[in-house]
Design a protein around this ligand. Structure first.
Ligand SMILES: O=C(O)CCC(=O)C(=O)O
Length: 282
């Protein structure tokens, strides 16, 4: 049965580029610390590409083969602490392909969803190294309809809208969103939350790392939990933090009832979301 409320914890952390063993140890210790709190969370969320960072030039050698190490660790933790884990994303190798993949584990430690980032971020050369996913990230945890998108996916309102139309009430957004685009991050998260009347749990990394071009990229954190009105329930700055909030699950239905945008949509005017019907200049 669907709970009345959930406690969510987003683990905002630094990531050591190209050091999966060190990052796994960090994640293990942080999850243990979170679960030692008196008021334990129901769902833990991690940031994007937390095993390798954006070490794209060595990604074939560093990525987790079939996700085995990630699955083993997160599944054991989920079962031990009986907590749901939205496992951020990790670089996973499947034969000669690399995916930027989220594993979602339930309280029994079972995988309930695998989602591969569908929109690859050209500005960081993802399209040269990674393979895009072809499926949406909808799943159920404790009877709650949830969705996941990864970082740059946030710029595609059709994706979040499609998930909302599938009934998603809580959307998770693992990210490595860098400076100087804090304004985009905050605005897009708030807009997606308000227009889709859903909870938004966005978990970004902090720290900085050097890319293949030798340039330093720094990440502003600013992880946030928004309610279906787009109001901030919890947020962080640029330091490592546990971003935590209790969310009232019935609020989604209440907000959708107050301002019934899903009933008021004029699909016959602007088409169903889904296939790309945009007319581009020739
Ligand atoms: O869209 C952006 O500005 C940031 C996206 C990004 O860094 C990513 O998808 O990894």
């Amino acid at each position: 049965m669907k709970p009345e409320q959930w406690k969510i914890c987003a683990i905002q952390m630094d990531i050591a580029i190209g050091e999966p063993d060190r990052n796994r140890m960090q994640v293990l210790n942080k999850i243990r610390a979170v679960m030692e709190q008196e008021d334990k969370p129901d769902v833990i969320v991690l940031p994007e590409m937390w095993n390798t960072g954006y070490a794209l030039e060595r990604i074939h050698e560093l990525a987790d083969e079939q996700g085995e190490q990630t699955i083993q660790m997160l599944s054991a933790l989920a079962a031990q602490y009986q907590v749901n884990i939205v496992g951020g994303s990790v670089a996973v190798r499947e034969q000669d392909r690399i995916y930027n993949r989220v594993y979602v584990l339930n309280r029994q430690g079972q995988i309930v969803k695998m989602y591969d980032k569908t929109h690859l971020f050209r500005l960081m050369d993802e399209h040269h190294y990674l393979t895009a996913g072809e499926a949406l990230g909808q799943f159920t945890l404790d009877g709650v309809s949830c969705g996941v998108i990864i970082c740059y996916d946030l710029r595609f309102p059709e994706l979040t809208r499609t998930l909302a139309l599938q009934g998603v009430e809580v959307l998770f957004v693992p990210a490595q969103w860098p400076h100087p685009r804090l304004h985009h991050w905050q605005t897009l998260l708030t807009a997606r939350s308000i227009e889709n009347q859903m909870y938004m749990v966005a978990c970004n990394r902090v720290g900085s790392s050097k890319g293949a071009d030798g340039k330093e990229t720094s990440f502003f954190g600013s992880s946030v939990i928004l309610d279906p009105w787009g109001e901030t329930l919890a947020g962080a700055g640029e330091e490592e933090a546990f971003v935590q909030a209790h969310i009232q699950l019935s609020l989604v239905e209440e907000v959708r009832g107050r301002i019934p945008v899903f009933e008021d949509r004029r699909e016959t005017l602007y088409g169903a979301v889904g296939p790309n019907t945009a007319v581009l200049p020739s």
